[in-house]
Write a protein that binds this ligand. Structure first.
Ligand SMILES: Cc1ncc(COP(=O)(O)O)c(C=O)c1O
Length: 492
């Protein structure tokens, strides 16, 4: 099968002048860098693609401009120390977990964690204790406290533990060494990090917040007088993928160390093992430009961004049938858009995504109910205007009724936690309909958002299989399910 080459795709895509409502946050706008005096950096950028020559410093042993950049970020975010990420927030999540949890130790983690957290627990042979998100998509501090206390009680009383679980032999329980939550999640849902931090700290446990989607929140706090960023709410480690909503290049981010509860040396040591020894200098420099622009102009950026979002909501509310999720605990920069058709039906997300893309508007992702329009510091008023016009035209088209599907309640993780049966020694590929009751041999993960529905060793249930089947039907990409609908399951 002949395929378009990647470079050809990129050249064609660029030429079509797409309107981006996906990552990265700079939205491909070179003029933004120019506006703040960094146009020169972008010109002839290949000449900046260097290696660790004298004067360029070394990410793995920083003492010059890279060390300075870390210090600048720490000052900007008001934290103790900042590490730079060139392998995305993913490397930050893995390093944070491994730095806090010893090999074979225990991590209390929100079940809607990103796949990088699941990679970390495999790498560290870590026992996960899961906390489920509530109906509202948030992680609740009471559930975190209860899980910590329950786990400690079970550890002190292995007989009760064995009875309770009906297990033949009580597995060794190491104490919980850290708590990990994601906030905001992919849809912008923010949990009460202050309360979760207090719950973790009461037990002497550090809190890691995967704030990959909320690198901008510190600036919103600064200029709006709020306290929504994890850095301002008592988290110990915070992972910010600056590329997702701010202005640095794809794959870059920062890891903020906010307290003395976690050893900086351990975090740096794990990052050094996980990140490339050949970091891209243009990518590192984009972190520098991002820091400098925000230091100088974060107020202007935040105010314009919020004004444009208000403009979007005001106009969206005048379009019949169009709904855009909003709420006090939802990051305003994420616009989850659905078109309601009455009778509990919506335009299927896949169809809406296609219709928008045929108008050259590119959402971040779709689910069965609609699309996620991800805005960024690089979004401009005309992006919102073009999206509103396209959405208005779509709602006027009679044919949208052909794409009606019942609206579902679809938080990213909305089914019961599957029972853990042990990772199978040998797995075989079987059709989905034969998987009920068998242990998964590999995770099944819708991507995006990259949150596993089931992890290796957990048992497929009928409910879960129905959900997976529905997602396949809705055209959602599912890692771990092959083209024929096969999954890996224990060979029993
Ligand atoms: C919640 C969450 N955490 C972490 C990551 C990983 O971040 P990155 O893509 O910067 O590696 C993602 C990626 O989408 C994510 O959604």
């Amino acid at each position: 099968m002949s395929q378009e080459l990647l470079t050809d795709f990129l050249i064609g895509h660029k030429a079509a002048k797409p309107v981006s409502f996906h990552m990265p946050g700079h939205k491909g706008r070179a003029d933004l860098y120019e506006k703040y005096g960094y146009g020169e950096f972008l010109r002839d950028i290949m000449a900046s693609d260097i290696t660790e020559i004298p004067g360029a410093d070394n990410l793995h042993d920083p003492s010059g401009p890279i060390r300075q950049l870390m210090e600048n970020y720490a000052g900007l975010y008001g934290v103790k120390h900042t590490e730079l990420l060139v392998n995305g927030g993913s490397a930050g999540v893995v390093a944070s977990i491994l730095a806090c949890v010893p090999k074979g130790g225990t991590l209390l983690m929100a079940r809607n964690a990103h796949m990088s957290a699941y990679a970390a627990i495999r790498l560290g042979d870590i026992r996960p204790v899961f906390v489920m998100p509530g109906e509202d998509g948030k992680i609740h501090a009471e559930d975190v406290s209860a899980a910590i206390e329950w786990d400690a009680m079970m550890r002190d009383d292995p007989v009760a533990s064995r009875k309770k679980r009906g297990a033949a032999a009580a597995p060794e329980r190491t104490p919980i060494s850290a708590v990990l939550v994601t906030s905001p999640d992919y849809y912008g849902v923010m949990s009460d990090i202050s309360a979760i931090a207090a719950a973790a700290h009461r037990h002497g446990i550090p809190l890691i917040v995967d704030q990959a989607h909320g690198a901008h929140l510190v600036f919103f706090d600064q200029h709006l007088g709020t306290t929504r960023s994890a850095e301002r709410q008592g988290a110990d480690l915070v992972i910010d993928s600056t590329h997702k909503t701010l202005l640095s290049f794809t794959g870059t981010g920062i890891l903020n160390i906010c307290s003395d509860r976690v050893s900086q040396e351990r975090v740096s040591g794990y990052l050094s093992m996980l990140q490339t020894t050949s970091p891209s200098y243009p990518a590192l420099a984009s972190l520098d430009v991002n820091e400098r622009i925000l230091r100088r102009a974060s107020r202007e950026i935040v105010e314009t961004w919020l004004k444009d979002i208000r403009f979007f909501h005001e106009n969206a509310s005048r379009i019949d049938g169009l709904t855009v999720l909003r709420g006090e605990d939802i990051d305003p920069t994420k616009l989850s858009v659905s078109i309601e058709l009455g009778d509990g039906n919506v335009v299927e997300g896949r169809a809406l995504d296609l219709m928008l893309r045929s108008a050259n508007i590119w959402p971040e992702m779709f689910d069965s109910n609609g699309v996620l329009l991800m805005t960024g510091a690089g979004s401009v008023r005309s992006d919102y205007e073009v999206a509103l016009r396209a959405l208005y035209e779509i709602t006027c088209e009679k044919k949208v009724r052909n794409y009606a599907v019942p609206k579902t309640s679809a938080p990213a993780f909305s089914h019961a936690l599957p029972e853990f049966a042990g990772v199978p020694e040998k797995s075989v590929r079987i059709p989905l309909y034969q998987a009920a009751g068998r242990a998964a041999g590999a995770a099944v993960t819708p991507y995006p958002p990259g949150i596993p529905l089931i992890c290796p060793g957990e048992k497929f249930t009928n409910d879960l299989l129905i959900k997976i089947n529905r997602m396949m039907g809705a055209g959602i990409t599912l890692m771990g399910v092959d083209e024929e609908g096969g999954v890996l399951a224990g060979d029993d």
